[in-house]
Design a protein around this ligand. Sequence first.
Ligand code: IMP
Ligand code: MG
Length: 185
Amino acid sequence: MTQTELASGVGEVLIEEQALQARIGELGADISADYAGRDLLLVGVLKGAVFFMADLMRELTVPCEIDFMAISSYGAATDSSGVVRILKDLDINIAGRDVLVVEDIIDSGLTLSYLMRNLRARKPASLEICALLTKPERREIDVPVRYIGFEIPNRFVIGYGLDFAERYRNLPYVAVLHPDLVPSA
Ligand code: IMP
Ligand code: MG
């Protein structure tokens, strides 16, 4: 870790770049085998999933398309309802399609739970989730996740798409936010 990164808020590295890329290769192979003979539509959740999705897609050997959604959760007071607002909807009609939602991280599960309800109502042929990271300790609602990259402890992480105040998404590894910057819960 460089002095600059330390000063800029990067704490302990949890998942090195090589480990990330190796695991994404495995996920890509699993997904390619499971969807053999079908066309896949990857739905990325902006913005964090962009980096993971770009690398994952390059490991797929099945024909695939991508589309994106942007969603925002309401404030802490209404978080428990799992109500989220759609800021950008899909361009593509997913009826009859094999859809794989690609997420950076599942925390409480509320965002994804709402999103899955919303997407299921559009009658895709199949609907599954691939999440790079999950924090099982934080789960408030059960979300069936078909593909998981890594289980991580309950710590705030940055890098490889994950941000703190919109920064650090461009780190090629996943690290914890430096303790000095962790917002008090
Ligand atoms: P959930 O609805 O609680 O599962 O929220 C998931 C979303 O919260 C993710 O898509 C991230 O945008 C954000 N998030 C959760 N944990 C972290 C973290 O450790 N670092 C950065 N963003 C996080
Ligand atoms: Mg996100």
